[in-house]
Write a protein that binds this ligand. Structure first.
Ligand code: ATP
Length: 248
């Protein structure tokens, strides 16, 4: 069964669009929306997600139930693999779910839970499809890149949207039937953060912990071993992780 995908010309945020459809009772089963133009995209921890009209995919999937916290990593894995398959290039994941190509960020993911009488999860996916280096320079995103700028491949935004929806649906099935442990080996093999020296930062950018990223647990937490050899489980909702020498 495929998730139905609705295209809209413009919306401030595809995540906000989906939330409203769920809360108003209009959407009760799994469904997705993609926008040709997203004017106020959001990232994790209240950050901004920049898009350029027609040059990027802005897509949100409604799952009308609560999902485990590791869904945010599972979606990263699905998107990373869908992009790699469609453009024939190698992609990687920076924990928890930044999608990278050539060490440049070509995609970001924001998973949000709706908690109340009726629970839901909104899976927001932004992918840079065709922006040039000038776009990223103008937005001050020195480590940003697009599928086109990094691979030379021109991908149709619609084809990409369909491929991503299918990949997300399949990955959710595995997550819900077998748990994140079934996806963990694939995630770890694509996760560029592991085995590297990392710095864990608070939402305001304050350093919280330096150490070596040594694994991911079954809840999707990053395991960071500090200088004293003590391992800390770091949750995706609370922090950012940087390489000690830069973004990766
Ligand atoms: P990071 O580790 O990159 O800070 P994050 O997971 O906290 O990632 P996201 O929610 O993925 O952040 O995305 C928001 C951040 O991504 C912004 O703070 C900005 O630095 C960067 N960003 C915004 N728009 C784009 C874009 N189109 N391409 C690449 N990076 C972007």
């Amino acid at each position: 069964m495929s998730i139905p995908l609705l295209w809209v010309d413009e919306t401030p945020s595809t995540n906000a669009y989906v939330k409203e459809k769920f809360l108003s009772g209009e959407w009760e089963s799994p469904a997705a929306v993609a926008a040709h133009r997203q004017t106020a995209g959001r990232g994790r921890l209240g950050r901004t997600w920049e898009s350029e009209d027609g040059q990027a995919l802005a897509l949100s999937v409604l799952v009308p139930r609560a999902l485990p916290a590791a869904v945010t990593l599972a979606v990263g894995l699905a998107v990373s693999d869908a992009v790699a398959a469609i453009c024939g290039a190698k992609t990687a994941i920076k924990w928890p779910n930044d999608i990278l190509c050539n060490h440049r960020k070509i995609g970001g993911i924001l998973c949000e839970g709706i908690v109340g009488e009726r629970c839901a999860t909104v899976l927001g996916i932004g992918i840079n499809v065709a922006q040039s280096a000038d776009f990223f320079a103008a937005k001050g995103l020195s480590y940003g890149g697009s599928i086109l700028s990094e691979t030379g491949v021109s991908v149709s935004v619609k084809t990409l949207a369909n491929a991503v929806c299918d990949a997300v649906e399949q990955t959710l099935q595995t997550l819900e039937t077998s748990g994140f442990s079934a996806l963990k080996p694939a995630f770890e093999s694509r996760c560029i953060t592991l085995k590297n020296a990392v710095r864990v930062l608070s939402p305001s950018g304050e350093p919280l912990l330096d150490g070596t990223a040594c694994g991911v647990d079954d809840d999707g937490n990053l395991l960071v071993a500090d200088q004293a050899g003590v391992t800390h489980a770091v949750g995706a909702g609370e922090v950012s992780v940087r390489g000690v020498y830069g973004y990766v």
